[in-house]
Design a protein around this ligand. Sequence first.
Ligand code: ADP
Ligand code: MG
Length: 557
Amino acid sequence: MAMYGNVGDQPILILREGSSQTKGKDAQRSNMQAAQIIAEAVRSSLGPKGMDKMLVDGFGDVTITNDGAVILKEMDVQHPVGKMMVEVSKTQDDEVGDGTTSVVVLAGELLSKAQNLIDKDVHPTVIVDGYRRAAEKALELVDGMAIKTEATNKEMLKKVAMISQAGKLLRENAGFIADLAVNAVSQIAEKTTEGHKVDIDGVIDDIKVEKKAGGSLEETRLIQGVLLDKEVVHSGMPKRVENAKIALLNSALEIEKTEFDTKINIERPDQMKAFLDEEENLLRGMVDKISKVNANVLICQKGIDDVAQHFLAKKGILAVRRASEKDMEKLAKATGGKVVTSLDDLGSGDLGVAALVEEKKISDDKMLFIEGCKNPGALSILIRGGTERVVDEAERSIHDALCVVRDVIRDPRVVAGGGAVEVELASQLRRWSEQSSGKEQLAIQVFAESLEVIPLTLAENAGLDPIDILVELRARHQKGEKWAGVGVMEGEARDMTKLNVYEPLAVKQQILKSASEAASMILRIDDVIASGKSGAAPGGPPKMPGGEDSEGSSEFE
Ligand code: ADP
Ligand code: MG
């Protein structure tokens, strides 16, 4: 556990439990090393030719992925500064959903180059100032070089979604996943412009993802509504209800044992019958309350007694039980219904509305499709694939694709990837640094050089000669070839716009912001002190910079 104090201008990192104090240059060096180790760990997975990582947890469960945020989340990082780096990647994921590897690689490079400067007796404060100015300028420059597009330009949205799939395990299915993501997010966006109130920021949250291993990935599909991994509880119930009026109930259709004395003395058979009759009447009464409001579908968060199921079936009501709280919330939002906690409160105004509720067979399982919901923004994705591992990775891939499409719809500007934007930024920053002088100029130039770690790493991971490529790229950019980058698949420097390698501007902006803020934060720590106190640090764990606001960063949890 670590906490941050502030002494004058220089924050100090306070370590708990056992670790002794490290001070000044030693502390700095050890922190920067920790950050670089994290960056090293994900570096080889950057880009379309990046390698995958096999993650094995304490139970021996295996995840194979190429996603920086996932790799870091699963890594057991102990060092407090290492944890800060993990946070950077998480912030990146929360804010824009892509660029999670790049941000860590860049932060690591900024720190590694800063270490060289410190070794040459440049004070960290000077580096921090230089980095800050350089990052501000870089953000201004990248804004200026961005390519404008339209939120409705599906061709561009698809290109961006395709690139977000580069390097993923399922890259062969990139086109399919990209189409799915573009369809899903544009549908919601169109509904927004049509005047329905659908929140584009909440899109990724609102799309309900269900996974079912079996079948092939191409069977993955978009469903206009909510999909529940539940089956109809009773064979006598309808499996298909049109013009559904849906009761959302958060209480059991069961007799709680406490409603009777725990011990019932039954001496005569007619007493037994009376007792059972009484129970039956209570359950019948419950079902009547549901049919009275004309509900024809019941989604129950709790259990439904066998006898109640029987009565529901007789009334022609389709029912499922033990839906999760999250599903109930989604259903309420999608169908315009209200989750009712007591049957006595259920009124016809609480019912949700959907054009069709139907149980369908998916592989060996049954699932409930609630389609044509009142809220047109309600969408689900049913992910299919050969094995659990495939559907899990497909979920991560689809998440990235949905995020980048959302990013571009929110801010329809893109830049060319493959390191092109980084080389161009570096070259413009170098030019701009002429206006400064001395050590600050040095820090700005080092910032510029750090940006080139992206094309260098892309080339390295593709088995190309990184230095040769970088030299060529610098020369081409000098000549005004703004979008020359690493043609990873082609094995040479290429104009990335011709290869359709586009990424959301938002992703690059967030990388620049988060990486430079994290590097500065780590650079400013010059004391690591083991704190004697135990228990939770006041104010909770440190929050990494980079988010526009604290609300935004919890958006996709
Ligand atoms: P991140 O987690 O940072 O998104 P990725 O492994 O997805 O990491 O790699 C992203 C990088 O790969 C970006 O710099 C992007 O421009 C680059 N990239 C993706 N596809 C290509 C391609 N076909 N050619 C060259 N570079 C590419
Ligand atoms: Mg990516």
